[in-house]
Design a protein around this ligand. Sequence first.
Ligand SMILES: NC(=O)c1ccc[n+]([C@@H]2O[C@H](COP(=O)([O-])OP(=O)(O)OC[C@H]3O[C@@H](n4cnc5c(N)ncnc54)[C@H](OP(=O)(O)O)[C@@H]3O)[C@@H](O)[C@H]2O)c1
Length: 258
Amino acid sequence: MEFNLNKKIALVTGGSRGIGQGIVEGLAAEGCRVVTCARNGEALKTAVAEMQEKGFDVTGIVTDITEKGAADVLVERTVADFGRVDVLVNNVGGNCRGEFDALSDENWEELLNLNLTSHIRVSRAVVKEMKKQGSGSIIFISSIFGREAGGKGLSIYNTTKSAMISMAKIMAIELAGQGIRVNSVAPGSIRFPGGSWDKRCIEDPEGMAKFTEANLPLGRFGSREEVANMVTFLASEKASLVTGTCINVDGCQSKSLI
Ligand SMILES: NC(=O)c1ccc[n+]([C@@H]2O[C@H](COP(=O)([O-])OP(=O)(O)OC[C@H]3O[C@@H](n4cnc5c(N)ncnc54)[C@H](OP(=O)(O)O)[C@@H]3O)[C@@H](O)[C@H]2O)c1
């Protein structure tokens, strides 16, 4: 399948490692010119250099997108350098585990800011540009735990990931007439070097073998390339009828019927 993404401008938040890096590489391999960001300047520089060595057109901007004003600057710089934004992938995200009554206002504020508000701000700035262009594809990286209960200790994560899917749906309805598609992707457990699942597998191989047996019908974790493949499809015009939806990339890990 030809994705026809050559020279499209893509902005991917949090591409210095993990799933974000996989998405940057996936889009760049299809010809996109990709701008990405992270807080740690050294790690970003190294990741971008590695990707450039592979021949990918990738630029890194050091920023903390939870800071007020940072989202606007990120989008302004992208448009100043590349003239437009065709694809936005809202990938940055984190977790704060804890029983509901042990979680503080600060815990909620921090994660709401990271998992939701930062994406609202980046998307709002990008939508302005996409409306001028009359085209665009916006993708939110949610989680299967935005679609079903993740279990104890995950009230903040579940809430923010569900809210993201909900917001994306309304954005899709509002922007459908303007050539802008908006979708969410819900990964299951994704393992990559240095990631949280990788660390747990190294620290507790027996426990993780049991987890795999009980929760992962394919008998393995997902890879970031598998998430990137879905994002690349959604970014492209091959997904022209796909908007306002959330797609699991989870190897049947989730139990939800919808
Ligand atoms: N891994 C999984 O199994 C899994 C499953 C389902 C959903 N997800 C979702 O997929 C997304 C990526 O997960 P991941 O596991 O790849 O995460 P990760 O390994 O922690 O990578 C996060 C990336 O975002 C950057 N980042 C974090 N906070 C930032 C901020 N405030 N401003 C700018 N950049 C920031 C990080 O760089 P710096 O730290 O240098 O800023 C890094 O590049 C998240 O939304 C996560 O919830 C992951």
